[in-house]
Design a protein around this ligand. Sequence first.
Ligand SMILES: NC(=O)c1ccc[n+]([C@@H]2O[C@H](COP(=O)([O-])OP(=O)(O)OC[C@H]3O[C@@H](n4cnc5c(N)ncnc54)[C@H](OP(=O)(O)O)[C@@H]3O)[C@@H](O)[C@H]2O)c1
Length: 323
Amino acid sequence: MHYRRLGSSGLQLSALSFGAWVTFGAQVGRSTARDLVACAWDHGINFFDNAEGYANGEAERVMGDVLVDLRLPRDGFCVSSKVFFGSAADPRPTQRGLSRKHVTDACHAALKRLRVDYLDLYYCHRPDPDTPISETVLAMDALVRQGKVLYWGTSEWSVGEIREACRFAKAHGLYLPTMEQPQYNLLHRERVELEYAPLYGEYGLGTTTFSPLASGQLSGKYNAGIPAGSRLAREETAWLGEQLRGEAGEARLARIRRFTAVAASLDVPAAPLAIAWCLRNPHVSSVILGASQPAQLRQNLEALDLLDRMDERGWQQVKAATA
Ligand SMILES: NC(=O)c1ccc[n+]([C@@H]2O[C@H](COP(=O)([O-])OP(=O)(O)OC[C@H]3O[C@@H](n4cnc5c(N)ncnc54)[C@H](OP(=O)(O)O)[C@@H]3O)[C@@H](O)[C@H]2O)c1
């Protein structure tokens, strides 16, 4: 495993990390969840990502039980939560969003579910147009000062929103957001590569990026339809299937097919190649992987070797295929 600093902070995260969306508390049982965390840990992964909204809090419950069951040393791993969507199936107004109340309640609830005394990373899962950014920054700063959160950040905020949070925090001597959690993969590059570019230098912003396979699409598993049991076949994530329908969907599939053809011509599996491509970006602190089976996770971990092995000509072919 390689380790990278989370932006300009001193926290060393594994370059590949592991998240629980769709899988924990829903798609996979507890024993598979345990195998996945054990496999990740055995390969040097030290960051496990979660959110209040994943399976209505159940993903955090399962992860917390697994971390305790595996007796992982608390100072050896990092665990996150995210606040915004709420954990209730039908949240009331105070059970969602980024108000001081919900940011605080959601942190306390995540600590209980994850069975830890503090969250290493705590994210605002989306911007909240109904809460002033200053209120959220003050709430996050308070949690850091109380020792309940070590590093706070955002997920899918615009550059303007992140800058406003940083400026307010700086002006008032408060803790700045350390990291952003954006989607980043071969099919979705602009935000990380262009929009956030000024923030890396200005504020030392770190990024923990998600969906490196675009929900599995870059593995090539959807090149000839939607296989049973896959993420796009699941009812709650069927909306992802829309990405592959219609004219835009056909164009997207064509890019994916070109990419998987390049992977085949280079004699490497497509999934770890797509993940290695994310790792090439020095502004990526950690690429958060998802997997529904340990075999997928093991294959995806090959991205680290590919990063060392691939030459520039190969990367140019990958880039051209997905343009
Ligand atoms: N902040 C946010 O808003 C946000 C949003 C999304 C995700 N995230 C975080 O990022 C993590 C990773 O995102 P993601 O799960 O979308 O990542 P991803 O790598 O794009 O998709 C993972 C899924 O792809 C399939 N897969 C993985 N490896 C495969 C392989 N080698 N071959 C074939 N299929 C493979 C599996 O689904 P199936 O086996 O079911 O097909 C797996 O669950 C999440 O768990 C979550 O922690 C955050």
